[in-house]
Every structure is written in structure tokens, then in C-alpha cells.
Design a protein around this ligand. Structure first.
Ligand SMILES: Nc1ncnc2c1ncn2[C@@H]1O[C@H](COP(=O)(O)OP(=O)(O)OP(=O)(O)O)[C@@H](O)[C@H]1O
Ligand SMILES: [Mg+2]
Length: 328
């Protein structure tokens, strides 16, 4: 059965490009995993899939199993204290696994532009939703392209046939629970008016809105995390109030998070050799420091953005527990 084993589905939407949907999807996924949940990310941005880059796995390949495509593992679960003791890179607290699936893994060359007409896009989205063997997954987060395009309509139609927004019916019928959508905006009025369209889209498709996240609201100091430059924040909250939808909170620009995901891209580069070639000298001590090989999730946990996303993850989990009565 498609989506077999998936318990909850959360969409990440925004009317505008570049507001941080993919970053929010990834951070929510990491935070849910750190709450002990097994998480999957499905990147259905067919023209600009960015999840492989953000998780530093651009060269990963999808494998087939009898049950369908196998998602690419980002990190494994850590279930017990003894698990964590056995690996120096593991978290001291239980954490769930994270796996992801993206068209980016299927493209031969990452630079390949995919220009597809509507029917082919629709078919690809159907295939992504039905042919991936997720296994037991507490939360499947779906990263979407900007706007309310063909992809969104195909996604909503398909999701509403494969899952249900009714938590009780989901539990009874052993179907995934279409928990709802997180709407991402930036503080600027233009972006928020675009996200209104996304809220309307949810109303029309009867997908519940879990809440609004206002991304890039202010700037977090890389040294102390203090948030400044708040002159341009608040738009998302006002919009949420006007639309009577929950406001999940603000996320400032976090340069360290940017470096963390950009750093992922450079993993495996041979900068060290280049340094010596260019200067003819030994590298300074700092540059010679051992590379940090811990999984992304462990490094993320130390950043300024994690406490915010931890709260968002708890809010989502709390909402699910309240509607299902289950420990999901
Ligand atoms: N809060 C943040 N702090 C620092 N950098 C951020 C933050 N949010 C997003 N970014 C950076 O901004 C860029 C755009 O973000 P992202 O790719 O998540 O946007 P998107 O809405 O998914 O874009 P697209 O519409 O192209 O899919 C990325 O390089 C990302 O790392
Ligand atoms: Mg994106």
C-alpha cells in the first residue's frame, strides 16, 4: 500500500520562492528527530530540488527494493543509552531516524534543469507518493515548490486519496494522518500577501493549517544568538491573526545555520591540498583542526535556531497527541 507505515504527514508551503521552505522543512525534520520521532522528508520541488544539497548528500543514489524506491538515510535512530555509548558521534538522548527522497537523487547531473509539462509533473508526484518504501515513519514532511502550481494541486489530490485529515479515521483505517500544513513567510508584506493565497489553497483543499512560521525575522548574532534588527518582523503574526490561524513563531536569519548547510556542500573537498599549493606554507593550526564528522543533526543541535524549532516540533507533536490520543 502507498505510504505504508507513515503515521503523520506535514506539508511545508509558501506562496513565494526563497523564503526558506526547504530550510524550515529540514530544521523541523531535525527537531522532530531529536524528539525521538522517525522522520522522512519528501522533496517534491521538481524544478529546484534542494534537500540533497541541504543535507550534504548530493551524490547519494536511490536504490530499489521489492517494495519501491528506498529513501536516502541522513542519520540513523539512536534508541538507548548503550547505543549512544557505543558511538562517539551519537546523541546522548534518543533520536529518531531521518531519511529523504528527492528528484535531485534521480537526476544524473545536479545542474540538469527539469522542464516538464503539467501531466509529467503530475505523474512524477504520484510516483513519489506511491512508490517510495518509507517503512515506519512517525512524520513525513513534504517540501513543496513555491506557489499554488500544478504540483500543489496534484499533491493535494493525491494526498487526499492516500491519507485522511480525520485523525480517528486514520487510526481506524490504518491510513496516514494528513496532519496539516505549515505556512512559511518572511516579514515583508509582499511575501505575506502571497502566503494568504497558500492559506486559501488549504481552505479549498480542506488541508488543515498547523500554523505560520515567520522566517528571516531579524538577525541572530553568530556569537551570542541575540536577535537584533527586528524592525522588519511581525508581518506573519499579523497575517495569522487576520486569518485566524495559529502563529508558530519567528525564526531570525541564523548565519551559523547557513554555514552548517553550506559547509555540507563542501564536505569531501580537497581544500587542504589547495591551501598548501597556493601558499607554499603549512596551514595554520585552526585550518588543520580535525574536520567535524558528526552527523548534521548533532551539529544542528548546538545552533541558535534549534530551540525555536524544538518548540515548533513540540507544538506539532502536542497537537497530534491531542487529536489522536496516541503517543506519536
Ligand atoms: N533562518 C535562516 N537563517 C539563515 N539562512 C537561511 C534561513 N532561512 C533560509 N536561509 C537560507 O536562504 C536560502 C533560501 O532558503 P530555502 O532554500 O530554504 O528557501 P525556499 O523557500 O525553499 O526556496 P525555493 O523557493 O527556491 O524552494 C538558503 O540558502 C538557506 O540556507
Ligand atoms: Mg525550496
Amino acid at each position: 500500500m502507498p505510504l505504508d507505515g507513515v503515521k503523520n504527514i506535514v506539508l511545508v508551503l509558501s506562496g513565494k520562492g526563497g523564503v526558506g521552505k526547504s530550510s524550515v522543512t529540514l530544521q523541523l525534520a531535525l527537531a522532530l528527530s531529536l524528539q525521538g520521532k522517525s522522520v522522512g522528508i519528501l522533496d517534491i520541488d521538481l524544478t529546484g530540488p534542494s534537500i540533497p544539497r541541504l543535507v550534504g548528500l548530493e551524490d547519494a543514489k536511490i536504490t530499489q527494493s521489492p517494495g519501491g524506491w528506498l529513501p536516502v538515510p541522513v542519520h540513523d535512530a539512536v534508541t538507548t543509552q548503550s547505543d549512544s555509548a557505543s558511538s562517539s558521534s551519537a546523541s546522548p538522548q534518543p533520536r529518531g531516524s531521518l531519511r529523504c527522497m528527492s528528484l535531485g537523487f534521480l537526476l544524473r547531473d545536479r545542474g540538469d534543469a527539469v522542464i516538464w509539462r503539467g501531466p509529467k509533473k503530475t505523474a512524477m508526484i504520484r510516483q513519489f507518493l506511491s512508490d517510495v518504501s518509507w517503512g515506519v515513519t512517525d512524520y513525513l514532511l513534504i517540501d513543496t515548490p513555491p506557489g499554488t502550481s500544478d504540483e500543489h494541486i496534484a499533491l493535494a489530490e493525491q494526498l487526499l486519496t492516500l491519507s485522511t485529515t480525520d485523525a480517528a479515521a486514520a487510526a481506524q483505517g490504518n491510513l496516514p494522518h494528513l496532519t496539516g500544513a505549515v505556512l512559511v513567510t518572511t516579514p515583508q508584506a509582499v511575501a505575506t500577501s502571497d502566503v494568504r493565497k497558500e492559506a486559501n489553497f488549504c481552505v479549498k483543499t480542506s488541508i488543515p493549517v498547523l500554523g505560520v512560521i515567520e522566517n528571516m525575522a531579524g538577525y541572530a548574532c553568530p556569537c551570542c544568538g541575540e536577535v537584533s534588527n527586528l524592525f522588519s518582523s511581525g508581518g506573519g503574526e499579523v497575517m495569522a491573526q487576520q486569518l485566524s490561524i495559529p502563529f508558530l513563531g519567528r525564526v531570525p536569519v541564523d548565519v551559523k545555520f547557513g554555514e552548517l548547510v553550506e559547509g555540507n556542500m563542501e564536505a569531501g573537498s580537497d581544500d587542504e591540498d589547495e591551501y598548501e599549493d597556493m601558499t607554499g606554507q603549512d596551514k595554520p593550526a585552526e585550518a588543520l583542526a580535525e574536520p567535524d564528522t558528526r552527523p548534521l543533526v548533532e551539529k544542528y543541535k548546538e545552533g541558535w535556531s534549534y530551540p525555536r524549532f524544538e518548540e515548533f516540533a513540540r507544538t506539532i507533536i502536542g497537537g497530534v497527541q491531542a487529536t489522536t490520543g496516541a503517543q506519536q
